[in-house]
Each structure stands twice: as C-alpha cells, then as structure tokens.
Design a protein around this ligand. Structure first.
Ligand SMILES: [Zn+2]
Length: 88
C-alpha cells in the first residue's frame, strides 16, 4: 500500500508528525496564493496569511491615495470649468 505523506510547501514539515520548531503535531491547511494551491503547516499558514493581509492593506492604502488624487483633479477641473463658464 502506498502511503502518501503530505508536507508543508514552505518548511517541509510532515503532516501528523511533531514539528521540531514549535513542538506541535503538524496539520496542513490549503492556502491559495497567486492562483495556486499550497499546503501549509499551522505556523507557515499564519505567517503567509499575515503577509497576504499586509499586501492587501498596502493595496488598499494605495487605492485610497489614488482615489484621493483623482478627487482633487476632479474638483480642480470642475472649478476651472466653473470659472471659465462665468468669465465668458
Ligand atoms: Zn510549514
């Protein structure tokens, strides 16, 4: 009978065995990143999740900045148009 051993995609910890660092029984979870599926132990799962959340937060902050800039441009343009309209 073939025994399938599943390992963490990041640190190589074997499922069901004690992880040397952390001293806990490894349970693997599926992690979806960049359109691919990975297996991650508890520790790597948390690390990757935190990493992903940080990237998302950066993305959101960047988008907010962009929206703020577009708003300013919009207000500027409408003000100019308003001035032009009433000066003619
Ligand atoms: Zn791991």
């Amino acid at each position: 009978m073939e025994v399938i051993t599943r390992k963490c995609s990041y640190c190589g910890s074997v499922e069901g065995k004690i992880r040397p660092i952390g001293n806990y029984v490894v349970k693997l979870k599926a992690l979806h990143m960049d359109g691919k599926s990975y297996l991650a132990c508890q520790s790597c799962y948390l690390n990757k999740k935190t990493e992903m959340n940080k990237t998302n937060e950066k993305d959101i902050a960047l988008k907010k900045k962009l929206i703020e800039r577009l708003k300013n441009i919009f207000v500027f343009t409408t003000t100019i148009l308003y001035i032009v309209e009433f000066s003619v």
